[in-house]
Design a protein around this ligand. Structure first.
Ligand SMILES: [Zn+2]
Length: 388
């Protein structure tokens, strides 16, 4: 069956060879979907005959969002902690340990139901590819089960046993690194594509992060790093040195960090939901883009520091607060995320790509930043299937 999406007011292809600018914009465009992939892209007036047609009535079509950083296997709630932080009270709650305790206590069915809810919530907002990390179990069995549950929803699963040191190992962080690089890795590697580590004061230092990422890589997992979020540190340099797909957060960067990102293949993934939700200064996307780095935008969706699944929200904040143009922000939320996940089949609307598509209830992709907070999803297709 072939489907023609026609009368598109504007089309974001993310292929400069197909249209104007960074986004490869085509006006008055049409797209043909066949067998779950893009079969044809061009001017509506030149579209071939198809079995079915969908009239977009002048609205804008872009690739489904690629959210390359999310923590969605968890239980419990941290409303009180957020409320206290936003009310100016000293933050003394248990933080991540609250979520670890609730996640360990939850059944598989409860965790799966929670994850399903968040994946669907993201889908309704146009996210068709989503990465999902472990990291709220911190035992061999709980980390492996988080990844097993996540793998039923997405191929982009990330082993984050090194989120923080497990409470049982508070006095023996070296022992916990041994566990993360040994028995826990053995149990988790079959369910994961990526290995990640929170490289930060109070979490894991550069040497520990190197040991964890290297051990993961030996098991076939590709590194990505929580780097330079709360302070300057070795995370970004380590990510580039080890050929990580992505260095995530990148909020506190030296000039050497920026140069390393600009000269390597590691994507700088910015997560403005975290700064928004903790009233922290935003990362400087303009500095990274001007240096030539590849930038991705993601939600960091998690119950503690960034409880949003909205990529559109991240686009709007990136434009308002981080020096990105609307085109750059939309590119980062689609093609940038795809590059951070080393995917060439998503984040673009080109012949052969997956038909993961977001139709906006707007004539232009710019409305994602121009109309912040407004639900603009008109329709979503995933693998050519109309989801909503
Ligand atoms: Zn994160």
């Amino acid at each position: 069956m072939s489907l023609l999406l026609t009368n598109l007011g504007s089309l974001v292809t993310n292929d400069p060879a197909q249209g104007s600018g960074l986004l490869g914009l085509v006006q008055d465009a049409a797209v043909v979907v066949e067998n779950g992939t893009i079969a044809w892209v061009g001017a509506a007036a030149a579209a071939p005959a198809t079995d079915e047609q969908f009239d977009a009535e002048g609205r804008s079509l872009l690739p489904g969002f690629v959210d390359s950083h999310a923590h969605l296997v968890f239980a419990g709630d941290r409303t009180a902690e957020f409320n206290a932080r936003m009310s100016g009270q000293a933050y003394t709650a248990g933080g991540i340990r609250t979520t670890v305790a609730a996640t360990r206590a939850a059944t598989d069915a409860e965790l799966d139901a929670n994850l399903t809810r968040f994946v669907n919530e993201a889908l309704r907002q146009g996210t068709t590819t989503i990465e999902c990390k472990s990291g709220y179990g911190l035992t061999v069995a709980d980390e492996a089960r988080a990844l097993r549950i996540a793998a039923a929803h997405t191929p982009e699963t990330t082993y984050l046993g090194a989120h923080v040191v497990a409470p049982e190992y508070a006095d023996d962080p070296a022992g916990y690194v041994d566990l993360v690089t040994g028995e826990m890795l053995d149990a988790c590697a079959p369910h994961a594509r990526w290995v990640d580590v929170f490289c930060e004061n109070g979490a894991f230092d550069g040497d520990q992060a190197r040991a964890i990422l290297t051990a993961g890589a030996k098991r076939g997992l590709i590194p990505r790093v929580h780097a330079n979020q709360l302070s300057y540190g070795p995370g970004v340099q380590l990510a580039v040195e080890l050929g990580a797909a992505s260095a995530d957060h990148c909020t506190h960067l030296t000039d050497a960090d920026v140069s390393a990102l600009a000269s390597g293949d590691t994507v700088a993934t910015l997560l403005p939901g975290a700064e928004f939700s903790t009233r922290a200064p935003y990362p400087d996307a303009r500095r990274l883009l001007d240096a030539g780095a590849t930038v991705a935008l993601s939600t960091d969706c998690n119950p503690g520091s960034s409880f949003t699944s909205s990529m559109a929200f991240c686009v709007a904040v990136a434009v308002r607060e981080m020096g990105m143009t609307p085109d750059e922000a939309v590119h980062a939320a689609t093609a940038g995320g795809a590059q951070a996940l080393r995917r060439t089949d998503v984040g673009r609307i080109t012949v052969g790509a997956r038909a993961d598509l977001l139709l906006l209830d707007a004539p232009s992709h710019v409305h994602l930043a121009y109309r912040p907070g407004v639900p603009l999803t008109a329709a979503v297709w995933r693998g050519g299937q109309r989801e909503l």
